[in-house]
Design a protein around this ligand. Structure first.
Ligand code: ECB
Length: 135
């Protein structure tokens, strides 16, 4: 089962982003800046093809993928690592596995009551973000 993620989404909560960044080896000064950002997601979905843009006043990040097709992701401007990344559907959830140097790395998106949820995982750390539709 798939779902429609199209839209512009503004962050409303961001739990344990600090732990996630520590797990990724992000330096102290960068974490202090990144930790107070209010990122926005712009998601363009055409069936199984996605472009997810994450915007902030500090840095932006874009990834694009097709469901089930593994690709090499370079997390440029984030932790600058290479991952073998694949995203699959799981009952309307988008489940991403980022295989590489870091164990247990990936993320999951889902929509619940018109809120966009995102769980970001790295090693033993889980960051939980919630976004609302932008007005
Ligand atoms: C791009 C906004 C945040 C910029 C933070 C800058 C430096 C911190 C460095 C690394 C922290 C690791 C991740 C940053 C958090 C969010 C960016 C995108 C996370 C992500 O992988 O989102 C997925 C799922 O929506 C699509 O790329």
């Amino acid at each position: 089962m798939s779902a429609d993620y199209n839209g512009t989404w503004d962050i409303v909560s961001n739990d344990n982003f600090e732990g996630y960044m520590v797990a990724l080896g992000i330096d102290f000064a960068t974490r202090k800046i990144a930790g107070v950002l209010k990122p926005q997601k712009v998601i363009e979905q055409d069936g199984d093809c996605f472009i997810i843009k994450t915007y902030s006043t500090f840095r932006n990040y874009t990834c694009s993928f097709k469901i089930g097709e593994e690709y090499e992701e370079v997390t440029k401007g984030l932790d600058n690592r290479k991952c073998q990344t694949v995203v699959n559907w799981d009952n309307g959830r988008l489940v991403c596995v980022q295989r590489g140097e870091k164990k247990n790395r990936g993320w999951t998106h889902w929509i619940e009551e018109d809120k966009l949820h995102l769980e970001l995982r790295c090693e033993k750390q889980v960051c939980k973000q919630v976004y609302k539709r932008s007005s």
